[in-house]
Write a protein that binds this ligand. Structure first.
Ligand code: SAH
Ligand code: SF4
Ligand code: F3S
Length: 456
């Protein structure tokens, strides 16, 4: 049966005007990328997009399971849709993504959120036509049980959010099983896309004028494992950098255990690659790192940082840190604080440890109170604020190349290749262009600049 065609016909019959879809994304860049595929599929069925819940004929919640507060926030959001659904009986409410790859969550939705019509997990956008069709024609809810869908589907429809910034998934899943993390359980085993498919998508984006492209994977540095072709992440970066055009390539996330000197050499030799390395350390203490199953030591981490700084003078580092891992002592937390002072990250994404059902760390005794953990987190935030402040001061007077990303009246927001944000006034239209800027000062966490020369 051609479900796409059937859904198009049903929508024409049911709705007097063009039906509207609203896809709400929670979680990481991978989920944003999945949402673009979900929007692409809905668009191909005849829906157009809206940001207004009141006007939506289908609402899709693309969910995240990384921490408990992410899940609570999502349930809070889903709860609010109940009243709107009463006003629009044809409305479909769908929940997908990482959270519903857990059976206990699917059970909770069935029991406590009976107005949810469709549940499907990750990598399942191509099932949407069938699910919507059955939902309308059989008047029955379509709640799928969590199922690993490992096939990589190429050339599915995509509706991108921007004409300048785009992301490309280069791999899916994760095999690392860091002891605190739910991702390997909800995203399945690691699999890489073929280099040719990635190159085609990348080339098409550059040719269409995209200037800021992010390569996505839970651990991009293990790219290529399991492919017939012998290729690693450094080879992939080199291959992409041969594509003609002016653009900047970012990549997230890197795992220190697999970050090779070869990748650093490729970054050094290709100015199109971002000068910011996001390298999650998680903890600055070797015992805690071992308990986290991270498979590297602080010494190995510092070796990467030092080599990169030798090879790429303008490189900056950002990181992720978990405070209050089960069994972590205050002294061990202080090792993390000291490491941050030593590395001098430009940005830290800090999280208080959140217990995730089914992970190894969920079995470990956790005696430190939430209040103490919050105090550690606040200390770390203060340490980082000072470091960021010093970095921004150091930039003043220097010249950089920047991509102009946003415009509010005559005030433009630009991003430097080391990921710093700069604001500048300009009376010409410079949106979405690369420009040369001189840093003139700072406001809060961003810099102010003046234009040196505009390229047209
Ligand atoms: N694959 C990426 C991280 C994805 S999750 C990597 O390994 O770098 C993003 C961040 O969320 C992680 O780096 C970690 O700092 C944090 N995180 C993951 N699980 C968590 C948990 N159970 N509690 C608190 N933070 C967590
Ligand atoms: Fe989670 Fe570790 Fe995989 Fe990152 S590498 S997604 S932290 S298991
Ligand atoms: Fe969340 Fe899934 Fe990403 S759990 S962080 S949306 S991979």
């Amino acid at each position: 049966m051609n479900y796409r065609e059937s859904v198009r016909n049903i929508l024409i019959e049911k709705f007097e005007t063009i039906p509207l879809a609203n896809v709400l994304t929670f979680g990481c860049a991978q989920n944003e990328n999945d949402s673009e595929k979900i929007r692409g599929m809905l668009y191909s069925l005849g829906y157009r997009m809206t940001d207004e819940l009141e006007k939506s004929d289908i609402v899709v919640y693309n969910t995240c399971a990384i921490r408990e507060n992410a899940e609570l926030k999502i349930f809070g959001n889903i709860g609010k849709i109940k009243a709107l659904k009463k006003q629009n009986p044809n409305m479909i409410v769908a929940v997908c993504g990482c959270m519903v790859m857990q059976q206990h969550i699917v059970d909770k939705i069935k029991k406590s959120y009976p107005f949810v019509d469709i549940v499907f997990g990750v990598n399942a956008a191509e099932l949407l036509p069938e699910l919507i069709y059955k939902c309308y024609s059989e008047r029955k809810k379509q709640i799928l049980a969590p199922e690993d869908r490992t096939e990589i589907i190429e050339n599915s429809p995509v509706l991108r959010q921007s004409n300048v910034k785009a992301s490309i998934s280069i791999m899916y899943g994760c095999d690392n099983f860091c002891s605190y993390c739910i991702v390997p359980y909800v995203r399945g085993r690691e699999r890489s896309r073929k280099p040719r498919d990635i190159l085609n998508e990348f080339t098409e984006l550059v040719n269409r004028g995209y200037k800021d492209i992010t390569l996505l994977g839970q651990n991009v540095n293990s790219y290529g494992k399991g492919l017939e072709e012998k290729v690693d992440f450094a080879d992939l970066l080199s291959m992409l950098c041969k594509v003609e055009g002016e653009y900047v390539i970012h990549y997230i996330s890197s795992h220190p255990k697999d970050f090779s000197k070869k990748v650093i050499d490729v970054i050094r030799d290709n100015p199109q690659i971002s000068r910011r390395i996001h390298l999650p350390i998680q903890s600055g203490n070797n015992r805690v790192l071992k308990e986290m199953n991270r498979k590297y030591t602080v010494e190995k981490y510092m070796e990467i940082v030092n080599y990169a700084r030798e090879q790429i003078p303008d490189v900056t580092f950002s990181t992720d840190i978990i405070v209050g891992f089960p069994g972590e002592t205050f002294e061990e937390y202080l090792d993390t604080e000291n490491l941050c002072k030593q590395v001098r990250f430009t940005q830290i994404f800090n999280y208080i440890y959140s217990k995730r059902m089914g992970t190894k760390a969920a079995q470990m005794p956790d005696t430190v109170t939430h209040k103490e953990k919050s105090e550690w987190l606040n200390r770390l935030i203060k340490v980082q604020q000072q470091i960021t402040f010093d970095y921004l001061n150091d930039c003043i007077g220097k010249e950089y190349r920047a991509l102009v990303e946003e415009k509010h009246d005559k005030l433009y927001t630009c991003r430097l290749k080391n990921n710093f944000v700069v604001k500048l006034f300009c009376k010409d239209d410079i949106l979405n262009q690369f420009v040369n800027v001189r840093i003139t000062g700072k406001t809060g966490t961003s810099l102010t600049a003046e234009l040196i020369k505009t390229e047209r």
